[in-house]
Design a protein around this ligand. Structure first.
Ligand code: MN
Length: 228
């Protein structure tokens, strides 16, 4: 038994469809502006500039179905994203071997304090207080590659209280999932338990307490998240 000098922090475990086994989370990488229409709505040129990533914390991932409205913001936005869960990793992963490292996929949300993110952008500062706050990444059950394959096209759609707000197709990603894995592995050592949020289509907008977000990706089912 390890003798911990302080209370051991709780490990982050996510549910997997069809099994009682859970997926342990190591790191969370999120790509920015990966759908052209969303890049345009955020005021950027959607040309294929190099990808960029920020990170959330493993324990920001939350499968509970509830999203507590965070403090210090009055403009919290939804961003529907497909989450990619890795079962292995490495450095400098070749593009044609990238898919071999994927364990599964899940619905997820990259919830964002847009007002704080905007202030940080304007000052050239990092985005953590806008992006990596408590429970900022609601996530659905993980579907294994064995059961769903590798979703490369199909509708990605978010509604709030039944009104469609975001709609796109996975095939509109500027940087595809294997490209994200290959690129990240040039800068970081990827490993089992790493999670990549693959970007959001156009239509991001605010939520308020009492709203219910309905999140759907073709092949990955449906998730409802209540803003509390
Ligand atoms: Mn995002």
């Amino acid at each position: 038994m390890t003798d911990f000098a302080i209370t051991e922090p709780a490990a982050v475990h996510l549910p997997v469809a069809g099994t009682d086994a859970v997926f342990p989370v190591r790191r969370v990488y999120c790509i920015g502006r990966n759908y052209a229409a969303h890049a345009i709505e955020m005021g950027h040129d959607p040309d294929r500039e190099p990808p960029f990533f920020f990170q959330k914390n493993p324990n920001n991932l939350d499968p509970s179905g509830e999203f507590p409205y965070p403090p210090k913001s009055s403009d919290v936005h939804y961003e529907i994203e497909m989450a990619v869960m890795l079962k292995s990793g490495g450095d400098n992963i070749p593009l044609d071997h990238a898919l071999e490292h994927i364990f599964g996929y899940a619905l997820s949300l990259d919830m964002t304090r847009r007002d704080l993110q905007g202030e940080q952008k304007a000052m050239g500062r990092p985005w953590e207080i806008g992006k990596a706050f408590e429970r900022s990444a609601p996530v659905g059950i993980i579907h294994t590659v064995e059961s769903v394959g590798h979703p490369e096209s199909g509708q990605i759609e978010l509604s709030v209280n039944g009104d469609i707000k975001q709609q796109g197709d996975l095939n509109q990603m500027i940087w595809k999932v294997p490209e994200m894995i290959a690129y990240l592995s040039e800068y970081f050592t990827l490993d089992a338990g790493d999670v990549i949020l693959s970007g959001t289509p156009a239509g991001v907008g605010p939520v308020k307490r009492g709203d219910v977000m309905q999140v759907a990706i073709e092949g990955l089912g449906l998730m409802e998240v209540s803003v509390v």
